[in-house]
Write a protein that binds this ligand. Structure first.
Ligand SMILES: [Zn+2]
Length: 395
């Protein structure tokens, strides 16, 4: 087979990614509703006619400027039959359809999207996976230098991958002025505003509208569990910390959920299946969300923890289920208190926490506001913005 035109490697198809060719198309076998492709490594991938027609990337089917589809599969004749199929000199799969439409498929793209069992298993194994952590992680915190993150895209990417996969990172060498945090956050993307502001100040206030703005011990929680979409990333930038006490505490909510699944699967299931109401009311706002404490993704992996005891309403569950709900809820809180899961660290001026707020529960030990100043600046960025930025940096 002839080598493929290098210009096809760049972005041959309807998106912004490139598709290196890992295997060549060797032969085609026609079946009633699909074409079975045999690759140079002997893998066989069936592609249904509907799927192939749906993914045609010609200029009639995809608008070249947006790289988004114009065609809808319901516009194709049914049943759908290729009139002629072949592999061209460049290694592409060419199809002439019954109504005169022509499609060309780049082998790199086709292989990357093949849905035979082996290809799907390969993609599943390559998906980003959370690296769960426990108390020992305190000794090997993922730590990055602020100036390197700001000036070097490779370091930025390393930091963002750590946020995605570990869910708890620290930046050091951060200037201690109030204008720095928005500049850092927008290195990822725009900030997620809330009723606490674009930026919020964590310091004790006399007229506090949240327990966060007091000097109390704050139990482990996620921020804004009262919202349908909890903020993805939370930043806490320490401008000054001269007070006695007030250490940061973190636990990996995913690690606790997985431990709960192993140790008492019936309690895990209750926290996955029982909706719990979280609410936050002040003189001018009234937020409410009804959702489970543990959320799973389409593959059954833990994808989100929603927890804030001080923002929780009275449980509302069927009478027969109430005792079990309390057993599960108590057990989850007990686990957040267990030393095996807890990372406790003091954050000093010029340091910053960045963590996955939908995974990593955070807390603060009690501090004495009369012993010195303590002022953290905070903000949020959504998880989608983190993941998008990572994918663009990886292109
Ligand atoms: Zn087309």
């Amino acid at each position: 087979m002839n080598a493929i035109d290098p210009s096809l490697e760049a972005a041959p198809v309807a998106d912004w990614r490139s598709y290196p060719i890992h295997a060549d198309l060797m032969s085609l076998q026609a079946a009633s509703d699909h074409i079975a492709v045999t690759w140079s490594d002997s893998r066989v991938s069936p592609f249904h006619h509907q799927w192939l027609r749906d993914n045609c990337s010609c200029s009639q089917c995809v608008y070249s400027v947006t790289r988004e589809q114009l065609f809808e599969i319901a516009d194709a004749p049914e049943p759908l039959h290729p009139q002629r199929t072949r592999i061209d000199e460049q290694g592409q799969l060419l199809i002439d359809w019954q109504n005169g439409h022509h499609s060309a498929f780049h082998p790199g793209w086709l292989r990357a999207h093949a849905y035979d069992d082996a290809s799907r298993a390969e993609r599943f194994a390559q998906r980003p996976q959370s690296r769960l952590w426990r108390a020992e992680m305190a000794e090997q915190l993922a730590t990055f230098d602020y100036h390197a993150v700001m000036n070097d895209d490779a370091t930025l990417l390393q930091w963002l991958l750590a946020v995605r996969d570990i869910g708890l990172t620290q930046l050091q060498g951060v200037p201690t002025t109030e204008d720095v945090l928005p500049v850092l956050a927008t290195r990822i993307s725009f900030i997620r505003e809330s009723n606490f502001g674009v930026l919020f100040d964590v310091q004790s206030k006399a007229d506090a509208d949240s327990n966060a703005y007091t000097a109390f011990n704050l139990p482990l929680h996620t921020d804004l569990p009262t919202r349908e979409l909890q903020p993805g990333l939370q930043f806490l930038h320490c401008l000054v910390n001269n007070a006695t006490g007030g250490e940061s505490v973190f636990v990996d909510g995913f690690a606790i959920a997985e431990a709960l699944r192993q140790e008492t699967p019936e309690l895990f299931r209750i926290l996955c299946e029982t909706p719990v109401e979280f609410r936050n009311r002040s003189r001018t706002s009234d937020y409410h969300c009804l959702a489970s404490i543990i959320a799973l993704d389409a593959y059954g992996a833990v994808s989100e923890i929603r927890m804030g005891n001080f923002l929780r309403s009275a449980f509302d569950a069927p009478v027969a289920q109430m005792p079990a709900l309390y057993s599960a809820y108590r057990r989850f809180i007990e686990m957040t208190r267990e030393a095996r899961f807890r990372v406790q660290r003091r954050l000093d001026a010029g340091q910053l926490w960045c963590f996955d707020n939908r995974r990593t529960l955070h807390a603060r030990t009690e501090f004495d506001p009369t012993s010195g100043a303590r002022h953290f600046k905070g903000c949020y960025v959504d998880r989608d913005e983190l993941l998008s930025r990572i994918r663009v940096l990886q292109r």
